[in-house]
Each structure stands twice: as C-alpha cells, then as structure tokens.
Design a protein around this ligand. Structure first.
Ligand code: DQA
Length: 148
C-alpha cells in the first residue's frame, strides 16, 4: 500500500478556535480523521504530522524521502517567506502538493506570494478541508500513472 504524508505547519493545531470565520469551526483532529478515512477508502496509508517549528517541518520533509509516495503540505505562514522550507521541498524527489484552507489571494497582500509553490507539483487554495482530499487524490493518481 502506498503511503502519503499530511504535513501541517504553524498554528494549524489551533483549527476550530483560531479565527473560525476564516478557517472554520472544525479542528485539526477532524481534518486528520477525515483524511485517514479517505485514505482507507482509497487504499492509501496516511500519516498526519503537525508542527509549529520550521526545523521540524524541514526534518519531516527530509525523512519523507523513500517513505512516502506524496506529501500534502500546508506550510501556514512559512509559505510566504521560508526559503528553507522551499529548499527542503526542492531537495526531495517526493511530489508535494501545497494546500491552503483559505483563499490567500482574497486576503492581506503578504499572503499573495508563496515562496514554496514554485517547487511543488501543484497548489490548491481556498477550498477548506476539501483541498486536502483533492490534493491526496491528485497524488494517488500521479502514483498510479507512474506505476503503469
Ligand atoms: C494558511 C494561509 C496562511 O497565510 C496562514 O498563515 C495560515 C494558514 C491557510 O491554510 O489558509 O496559517 O496556510
């Protein structure tokens, strides 16, 4: 069974209480439970990780090499300025889909730029929890094409 990593960055552990008008009332646990269920139905093994620390996210990206067929990454605010996370994504061969719950383009200007997106396989923005499922689906289909 192919394995996929869901990697959430800073402040996403506060989903449900953090700015619910923007991020909704559901928690990180709700998100992760839904993705585990989605993985079970799709025949994929799902591992979920969240960290508020840049270095931990970088370590998780490095350690993903050879272990996961794809990564769904929400780098949180690191998206907008972390060249270190960008370099980590660029430096692994595992495909990464970047996801944002909110429509960052409809928000403050500093959120309009992603320094990480150019080195990812793709990006899904503004679709809430559905974005993570769609990202996983895209990675599963990519793997399926590679296996042919
Ligand atoms: C976010 C958008 C970022 O700008 C913000 O810093 C977050 C969450 C999102 O999922 O919409 O922490 O990545």
């Amino acid at each position: 069974m192919d394995a996929y990593l869901i990697l959430n960055g800073p402040n996403l552990n506060r989903l449900g209480t953090r700015e619910p008008d923007i991020y909704g009332a559901e928690t990180l646990l709700d998100l992760e439970r839904g993705l585990l269920q989605f993985g079970e139905e799709a025949g994929a093994e799902i591992t979920c990780l969240q960290s508020n620390h840049e270095g931990d996210l970088i370590d998780a990206l490095h350690e993903a090499e050879g272990r996961y067929a794809g990564i769904v990454l929400n780098p949180g605010a690191f998206t907008h300025y972390s060249y270190a996370i960008r370099d980590a994504v660029a430096g692994i061969s595992v495909p990464v889909v970047e996801v944002h719950l909110s429509n960052v383009h409809a928000r403050e200007e500093f959120r309009h730029q992603s320094v990480t997106a150019p080195v990812t396989y793709g990006q899904i923005i503004g679709l809430g929890f559905a974005g993570y499922r769609l990202a996983l689906q895209a990675l599963i289909e990519l793997k399926g094409r590679e296996n042919k």
